[in-house]
Ligand binder design. Structure first.
Ligand code: HEC
Ligand code: HEC
Length: 272
């Protein structure tokens, strides 16, 4: 009974509002890359933002997260660790070597037989190849390098098929997304597949894509990876938060990348 009631109360807060028209030419729906997809058309989170927030995102000089891009560029060239190497010693010009990388991540990492996201891949290069310490989750240098790497794919379509060795991990990520949890007994899918375009409290709910992360949050006044965003959603339904670098998070990120395939990489996005 309690479960039933809380569900009704939550839905009662989800008022339909008119979806923002694509009339300003800034956002467009795309067809999902896979036929077997929960959504008929994909809209980036930017579509649901206010015009002011969009303007901020599109301006390299005003987007607050672009400061981290500059820091990432400096870190890319910085020699660190016992091997006395920088990222650029091996990868050269990021505009060439990292172009397209963000469109196919999380990717399978053979040595550990698991998918890894960009942040974990960066730390693997640091520990294995540079003999440098790994950067902590949500730390400024890790966010900076992640933004610097992902930005090299700006405007390119996400393209994660999740087949081959990724298949079972993708399925786990999908199961996580569609399973009800928390005191409110809601799944990610219950909000983002069903109620995109509706108001959740005062916020217009998007389809919950990850193509703009790391992103700057105006309300939190800081830039964060996908993790704090997902954990904020988990808190919304009063469920247990996920841990950085955990298998659950990577599998979920893999499913989100598959689910967003076709949408452009927009890192770093700006959100309310
Ligand atoms: C009770 C409804 C609700 C549930 C359940 C929920 N979210 Fe959200 N989510 C929101 C709201 C509201 C926002 C902020 C507005 C927006 O961007 O959609 C949000 C934002 C997001 C975003 C940011 C999208 C962007 O473009 O900035 C992602 C990613 C996301 N959610 C993923 C998830 C995942 C993964 C789960 C399951 C663990 C989940 N959400 C569960 C309501 C929910
Ligand atoms: C000693 C050489 C070396 C150094 C230094 C190094 N890497 Fe790598 N990196 C590699 C190799 C080898 C690969 C795997 C290439 C492949 O799979 O095709 C790789 C792969 C990557 C990838 C995945 C690329 C893709 O498209 O799949 C990213 C992202 C990356 N490195 C980032 C970094 C960053 C950021 C740094 C600096 C903190 C760094 N690397 C330092 C050797 C290095």
């Amino acid at each position: 009974m309690r479960r039933h009631l809380s569900g009704i109360l939550l839905i009662a807060t989800l008022w339909p509002v008119q979806a923002m028209a694509a009339g300003d030419g800034k956002t467009e729906a795309v067809k999902p890359a896979s036929g077997n997809h929960p959504l008929k058309e994909l809209w980036s989170g930017t579509h649901y933002s206010t015009p002011e927030v969009r303007k901020l995102q599109y301006s390299d000089s005003d987007n607050p997260a672009m400061k981290l891009f500059g820091k990432g560029e400096a870190l890319w060239k910085k020699t660190e660790g016992k091997a006395k190497k920088s990222c650029s010693s091996c990868h050269g010009d990021a505009a060439k070597s990292m172009k397209g990388t963000a469109t196919r991540f999380p990717a399978f990492f053979k040595l550990t037989s698991r998918p890894v996201n960009i942040e974990t891949r960066i730390n693997l290069c640091r520990t294995k190849f540079m003999q440098a310490r790994p950067l902590s989750p949500e730390s400024e240098p890790l966010l900076a390098l992640s933004i610097y790497v992902k930005r090299q794919s700006k405007g390119m379509a996400m393209s994660v098929t999740g087949d081959g060795p990724l298949k079972s991990f993708l399925q786990k990520g999908k199961d996580y997304f569609t399973t009800r949890r928390g005191q409110l007994d809601m799944s990610c899918s219950g909000c983002h597949d069903k109620y995109a375009g509706h108001l959740y409290r005062a916020v217009k709910m998007s389809q919950g894509h990850a193509n703009g992360f790391p992103a700057y949050s105006q309300s939190k006044k800081k830039t964060g990876s996908l993790l704090p965003q997902v954990n904020q959603c988990l808190v919304r339904v009063r469920a247990t938060p996920l841990k950085a670098g955990s298998e659950k998070l990577t599998n979920l990120e893999l499913y989100l990348a598959w689910r967003a395939s076709g949408l452009e990489v927009e890192t770093p996005a700006v959100r309310e």
